[in-house]
Design a protein around this ligand. Structure first.
Ligand code: ARG
Length: 529
């Protein structure tokens, strides 16, 4: 890829961010690059404008989403004790950190936009890179959108149920079970339809929500430990928690011994930390990649690991461990245990708001990814079109919205979707880090401004492999579905790169491993509709 055209692309990326506002930041960078292609000819924006703070805000803003308010239940349920649950939270933080450090090395050596897609393309070739993009479009993006929407639905359903039923509830009984599954799915679907519609109507509308929701998330995470400390100081810690923290043995009492249970717990913890790779998608926009990329990654991970550990500890100080293990909406239980019904509702609404913001980013960025794939010929060209009146990629947005709905309707809830998402995402994280190891051998002299400590990628790859093998026993359905989804990209690869091109006599992108020909890295196209 020629240096100057590469720089040109980066410039376009910046233009796109100014045009649409920064959202999840991520994969869409590549996609939005193409969206304002024709505008960028008129606009001259400073390229490489991202600094350390921008990068940290981007990463932390995405990492803090639904997970820290919902995963603690699944982690506790699977690990069986407070101690091992805290260990899993720390372990998932460290594992995410190892992955992030590996990505920092790749990003500094291959300072392009596109994240895993660019690294895979460089290290392992065009096919893995294509399959990664495919997985992102058909599984990773819609899957994660569905998870966030379901958490939104669960919290909102509990608020609605609570306010519509006037049953007086005891302090610890407000994780109101018995809410029908369909009502959660209905609420989740409605929000997906609403957000997709907003995004199809206007690109600006949604992006305004970002700052507001980030502030809300931070308020929630600062409030949790303060409230927990006040509660504990006033001697209102539940007996079960007091008991669990009374000795080392008690802390680990009841710990599960099944490795596969730990794999499921790890997936849930990792979901909460997920998003650590986001800055690598926009590395090409950073002012000083080799210096700032590792700094962004290490600062964000430090912040998030501290925040999350303190938050989880706070939940255990206020709620009996068994109750944490029973709920998907731990923040609601936490709020109502401390402040009564009003507190539960307030915390629920915080999470509802936070999920709304996260989902908005998710749909915004993934529709740009679909748009870019449509442009490149990886998907039918209608998905690569911009609507004349709204100036948004309407078809791509509808496609993404429908995909998320499919995952909401057919997925069986939070835990199973998280396992599915975990298998899909860790397959690609694993392969990308294997690519790093391959490059260390094949290209020892490649310039690596940041070199991760060799143990980091090795630990990451080994643990990721364990994580990929385990669900075959513990969650065979989810793992099977994940591998099916990924492999379904194979025929698509051959159709879109080979035969179909000849048949249609159309200009199809070739995925032969050239950076300029990946989805999102587009050539001259005019905006049409
Ligand atoms: N960590 C986020 C949460 O807890 C999820 C991030 C989803 N990942 C992504 N690449 N969009 O909700």
């Amino acid at each position: 890829d020629g240096g100057s055209s590469d720089d040109h692309k980066r410039g376009i990326g910046s233009a796109a961010r100014h045009e649409y506002g920064e959202v999840e930041g991520s994969a869409s960078a590549a996609a939005s690059r193409s969206i304002s292609r024709s505008r960028s000819r008129r606009r001259r924006d400073p390229e490489r404008r991202m600094n350390l703070i921008d990068g940290v805000a981007l990463t932390v803003g995405l990492q803090i989403g639904s997970g820290i308010f919902s995963s603690p239940g699944v982690v506790t349920l699977n690990t069986g004790s407070v101690g091992s649950s805290l260990v899993v939270w720390l372990a998932s933080g460290m594992l995410a950190w190892c992955g992030a450090a590996s990505f920092a090395e790749l990003g500094s050596a291959i300072p392009q936009n596109g994240g895993a897609q660019a690294y895979l393309n460089y290290s392992l070739g065009g096919l893995p890179s294509y399959l990664f993009s495919w997985t992102a479009i058909v599984a990773l993006k819609p899957g994660s959108g569905a998870i966030i929407a379901i958490i939104f639905g669960e919290y909102l359903a509990r608020v609605l149920y609570h306010t519509t039923s006037s049953s007086a509830s005891t302090p610890h009984s407000q994780s109101l079970d018995g809410i029908p599954d369909w009502s959660i799915k209905l609420l989740a679907s409605l929000i997906v339809i609403l957000i997709s519609a907003l995004n199809a109507l206007s690109a600006k509308l949604g992006t305004r929500m970002q700052v507001a929701t980030t502030v809300v998330k931070l308020i929630a995470l600062v409030a949790v430990p303060i409230l927990a400390i006040v509660t504990a100081a006033r001697g209102k810690m539940p007996d079960e928690s007091r008991e669990a923290f009374s000795s080392f043995g008690a802390l680990f009492k009841g710990s599960s011994t099944a490795p596969s249970a730990y794999a499921l717990a790890l997936y849930s913890g990792l979901w909460a930390y997920d998003g650590w790779d986001q800055v690598s998608y926009v590395a090409g926009e950073m002012r000083n990649v080799s210096r700032d990329l590792p700094r962004v990654i290490h600062s964000s991970m430090t912040l998030v690991v501290c925040f999350f550990s303190i938050t989880v500890l706070s939940y255990f100080l206020v709620l009996p461990p068994q109750q944490v293990g029973r709920t998907n909406t731990v923040a609601l239980d936490f709020g109502s245990a401390i402040l009564g019904t009003g507190g539960g509702i307030a915390f629920s609404l915080l999470v509802v708001f936070s999920c709304f913001g996260a989902l908005n980013s998710q749909i915004y960025t993934s529709s740009r990814l679909v748009y870019a794939a449509g442009r490149e010929g990886y998907l039918p060209s209608m998905f690569g079109s911009i609507h004349k009146r709204t100036a948004t990629p309407v078809a791509a947005t509808v496609f993404q919205g429908v995909m998320v709905l499919v995952f909401i309707l057919f997925g069986s809830g939070f835990a199973s979707l998280v396992s599915f998402y975990g298998v899909c995402s860790y397959t690609w994280y694993f392969l990308t880090v294997v690519g790093l190891l391959v490059l260390r051998v094949k290209e020892p002299n490649l310039e690596r401004p940041y070199r991760a400590w060799l143990a980091t990628p090795v630990i990451f790859a080994t643990t990721a492999l364990f994580l990929l093998l385990m669900p075959i026993a513990s969650a065979p359905l989810e793992a099977g579905a994940a591998f099916l989804f990924m492999l379904a990209g194979l025929p698509a690869y051959f159709i879109s790169t080979g035969k179909a091109a000849a048949l249609c006599g159309k200009r199809w992108g070739s995925a032969d491993g050239k950076a300029g020909q990946q989805p999102g890295m587009l050539h001259e196209h005019e905006v049409d509709d």
